[in-house]
Design a protein. Sequence first.
Length: 286
Amino acid sequence: MANLKEIRNRISSVSSTMQITSAMKMVSAAKLKKAQDAITAMRPYADKLTELLQSLSATLDADSGSKFSTQREVKNVLIVPITSNRGLCGAFNSNIIKQTQHLISNVYADKKVSVVAIGKKANDAFAKQNRVIANKSEVFDDLTFDNVSEIAEMLMGKFVTGEFDKIEIVYNKFKNAATQIVMTEQFLPIVPIEGEADNNSDYIFEPSKIEIVEQLIPKSLKTQLFKGIRDSFASEHGARMTAMHKATDNATELRDQLKLTYNKARQAAITNEILEIVGGAEALNN
């Protein structure tokens, strides 16, 4: 059994850790509320805009379709994994890295795959494989639509110029504080919705469909990427809050066990001292 001083030091260390994890949990909980409200308000608009433009693209002729809908033979693939800049959030980052690695190793094993990392954890993971062509981790320092739009414009430019034939986004979709769903979405080319072309009969288009598509598709793509990053941002705080809650509970349990061990060791030490005193007194009497 460890001596009393060692146990006291461990109790002090665990208590300090518990205070840190508890504070991190409260900070993440406060940030989560704001991030959750932002993605909840944005998601219906982004989903409806994407649905409308995909449906519009399905009704256009191949020659009149947008340059962002061009289907090419897939040789060069660009994957955009969205992680966080910091750890201590459970499996949040590792799930994205595993999914991205799955795409690289299995789905696109015979293709040339590059990565644009959003989040330091993604950059650290894939920079070792020499796949990262751009690191946009700084976007989390000031998460605004304008800053995300610059990233989206870069991705659109790489697709239009033919540098990449397909671009996919991998991110955590926020469901609740305890649950995040790993999503893989095709960013480019835009995939028209099959079998829903007739739904457009309910709309009156002014100006023409082609002009609407050409003007709104870039905005839709920027919104899609912004939604993915917003989803990931909310998921990060939810995952961190959950992880720190579990860590705090585990630290509390460990501290209680150490206190029990300390009390038992202290009681044993006192008992031994009493026995020694009694034994010494008996020896003097004899």
